[in-house]
Design a protein around this ligand. Structure first.
Ligand SMILES: *Cc1c(COP(=O)(O)O)cnc(C)c1O
Length: 431
């Protein structure tokens, strides 16, 4: 499969854009490859500038759920554009999408729209600090919440529970207010709250997606919620991926928790730039113009993004059976791929739930940061390149979720399984 035009575009891009990309993961660096350039997308497929077709398991990192260029959505967007692309004043569609989200999430009474998930988590943290009048934040290792200063941190060395900046340009003085716990290890969180009394909030992905898919163990999320309630710590659920993906109402619905603040993004914009954060009235009324916590955005609640989002959410509300189908398809993939891995003696474990899965190249099961970090990245690189060559686009990193749309139907699953069989057989020969 030739990718010449892509290669030449990428070369030019690197002279104009840092690393050639507008978001680092798009550079394919962690699989030692160079990116292809998309020309268009339809349904479950991406088409590149060299005329290649890829079955897409990235789905715009989860922003797409109906499938690319869904006909109904395209019609809505065309109408929306004709009505003007940005107003700078209120419009009816922001009321409509707020109603849809509030109805879907019992934990949300009031919400505010932003232009990205990063802005949503950043604002949620500010709000939690303002509301509790405390400064500490707990995040869990391996969870990603956008490139927010306080959250772009890594675990300190040794027994220290406080964090160090994970990027240059973040003041240590800021990072030191963040404490790092471990997903699926409730004792690490207990220890932090016992030792530190300055904690405003705990933020987590209820299902980890950004370390690859890792599900919460039984009782983990309810235990986290209980600790937070006892200690007066606000629980922030970052459902930017899971929100309308794992079911209508998100992971909090599946696991029976009621976070104080929920962050949303991706799907709720129907492929446009969006984010949202919401929670109980008392907390949310701290926000300006009612309260003293400032937060704003020129394009927040942009009418195109909001109309695309509202269309998407209405569709999801009225077609909940699609989630069940999507869940069954992931389940089928997991079972069949696991069987093949066994047959070809490939060290591979597939974690997954409705709409998302990750195959980890690992001998052991993956259920926390440690076991995910121990995966064979060299094998993933080989897998990624072989799959791409076959016309299947998996995330260019072992530590990402594969994300489905409603256009990933039986036919696509069958094609994918065929590719797995072929690739595992090649990989076995080289193990
Ligand atoms: C993508 C993502 C974000 C950040 O959203 P952006 O729109 O990229 O800023 C935050 N949290 C999670 C869990 C995400 O997956």
């Amino acid at each position: 499969m030739a990718r010449e035009r892509s290669a030449s575009l990428y070369k030019e891009a690197t002279s104009l854009i840092p690393g050639g990309v507008n978001s680092p993961v798009r550079a394919f660096k962690s699989v030692n490859d160079i990116p292809f350039y998309a020309q268009r997308a339809k349904g479950a497929y991406l088409f590149d500038v060299d005329g290649n077709r890829y079955l897409d398991y990235v789905s715009s990192w989860g922003a797409i759920i109906l499938g690319h260029a869904d006909d109904g959505l395209v019609d809505i967007i065309k109408k929306a554009v004709e009505d003007g692309t940005s107003y700078g004043v209120c419009h009816p569609y922001e009321v409509e999408i707020a109603r849809l989200i509030v109805d879907a999430f019992p934990s949300i009474e009031l919400l505010r729209l932003t232009s990205s998930g990063t802005e949503a988590t950043m604002s949620a943290i500010r709000l939690a600090r303002a509301f509790t009048k405390k400064e500490g934040v707990i995040k869990l290792r391996g969870c990603y919440h956008g490139h927010v200063d306080s959250l772009l941190v890594k675990a300190g060395s040794g027994l220290a529970t406080f964090a160090l900046p994970d990027s240059s340009g973040i003041p240590e003085d800021l990072a030191k207010h963040t404490y790092i716990g471990e997903f699926n290890k409730i004792d690490t969180i207990r220890k932090i709250v016992e030792e530190h009394k300055d904690i405003s909030c705990l933020i987590l992905e209820p299902i980890m997606g950004n370390m690859g898919v890792i599900l919460p163990e039984r009782g983990f999320l309810t235990d986290v919620q209980e600790i937070c309630r006892q200690e007066g710590i606000l629980l922030i659920c970052d459902e930017v991926i899971t929100g309308f993906r794992v079911t209508y109402g998100g992971a909090q619905h599946v696991y029976g928790i009621e976070p104080d603040i929920t962050c949303l993004g991706k799907i709720i914009g129907g492929g446009f730039a969006i984010g949202a954060f919401g929670g109980g009235r008392e907390i949310m009324e701290k926000l300006a113009p009612l309260g003293d916590t400032y937060q704003a955005g020129t394009l927040s609640g942009n009418p195109i993004a909001v109309r695309a989002g509202a269309y998407t959410l209405e569709y999801l509300r009225d077609h909940r059976d699609r989630y069940e189908l999507m869940g069954q398809r992931v389940e089928l993939l997991r079972n069949e791929v696991s069987r093949m891995a066994e047959k070809f003696a490939i060290p591979y474990h597939v974690n997954g739930t409705t709409g998302m899965f990750t195959g980890f190249f690992s001998k052991k099961e993956v259920n926390d940061y440690e076991s995910a970090a121990g995966c064979r990245r060299d094998l993933y690189e080989k897998f990624f390149k072989l799959m791409l060559q076959e016309g299947f686009f998996f995330a260019p990193s072992q530590f990402e979720a594969s994300l489905l749309t409603f256009c990933h139907k039986e036919k696509e699953i069958t094609l994918t399984l065929g590719a797995y069989e072929k690739i595992f057989e090649i990989m076995r020969a080289e193990l």
